[in-house]
Design a protein around this ligand. Sequence first.
Ligand code: FES
Length: 107
Amino acid sequence: MPKITYVLADGTRREIEASKGTSVMEAAIRNNVKGIDAECGGCLSCATCHVYVGEEWLAKLPDPDPDEADMLGFVAAEKKPNSRLACQIKLDEALSGIVVRVPPTQS
Ligand code: FES
């Protein structure tokens, strides 16, 4: 199963395994990862699943689709080049080991 490491706002690391096809947001919610609220449940209307993707993993992700790109304009924390919405990152073996950082405003 793919692994994800969440780096929380306080620097704590949480490593979680999730089934292929699960989103980084769903895995966080199921495992009570602090700071990923996902208020809209993954329908791209809240931006409370904002994460910073580890630079080394960015190239492995498809570019944000237009709806994700629009919603990234509404994140509460600073938007950075590696900002993504966790609900739009679907896990597979190629992404096993991905590291995402939770923005400080989402602690
Ligand atoms: S969970 Fe709402 S935009 Fe990702």
